[in-house]
Design a protein around this ligand. Structure first.
Ligand code: HEM
Length: 152
């Protein structure tokens, strides 16, 4: 599940483009996420605009630190543990990942090639695996299956 050098570059370059439309991308992301799972709405207490900014800032940090995973891992671990307090469950990482891919595909249009999609999938898998391993003692990346049902 390692991210290759060229995937890191693809992800970082595409994120620069998404940043220029970050408010729109964040709106698309949350709309899709709540369509997948309306029950997640209740977890978000602060206004969605500032939440969108935080999400983009965190993604920027993660994408910018892919070359320095040693520094990124403890940041992700702390963040994941805070997310347990927000009420986030291990299976919630799946709709979040899919809503992110959807927002990227809408934001980047034709530029969201199959290769770029794979690079983002692999990146999200690394980030979400580190976070879930830190926050949920029973999480096993090899046997874990997503039992969450939502229309996709
Ligand atoms: C790549 C994975 C994720 C990243 C980078 C991320 C990033 C962030 C950041 C930066 C914050 C602001 C506060 C903090 O630093 O803790 C936050 C808060 C939050 N996140 Fe995430 N998150 C991720 C995954 C998820 C998932 C899977 C859920 C599940 C629905 C989620 C739900 C929330 C909620 C409910 C809050 C608090 C909102 C509030 O206080 O109103 N996040 N997230």
């Amino acid at each position: 599940m390692a991210i290759t050098e060229s995937q890191k570059q693809l992800v970082a370059a595409s994120f620069k483009k998404v940043e220029t439309i970050s408010e729109v991308a964040a709106d698309i992301f949350y709309k899709k996420l709540f369509e997948y799972d309306p029950s997640l709405k209740a977890l978000f207490k602060s206004d969605i605009k500032s939440q969108g900014k935080k999400l983009m800032a965190a993604l920027k940090l993660a994408v910018g630190s892919l070359n320095d995973l040693d520094a990124l891992v403890p940041v992700l671990q702390k963040m994941a543990i805070k997310h347990v307090d927000y009420g986030v469950k291990v299976e919630d990482y799946t709709p979040v990942g899919n809503a992110l891919l959807y927002a990227l595909s809408q934001g980047l249009g034709d530029e969201f090639t199959h290769e770029l999609r794979t690079a983002w999938v692999d990146t999200y898998k690394v980030v979400a695996t580190v976070m879930r391993q830190a926050a949920y003692p029973n999480f096993n990346p090899d046997t874990y299956a997503n039992h969450k049902h939502y229309v996709h």
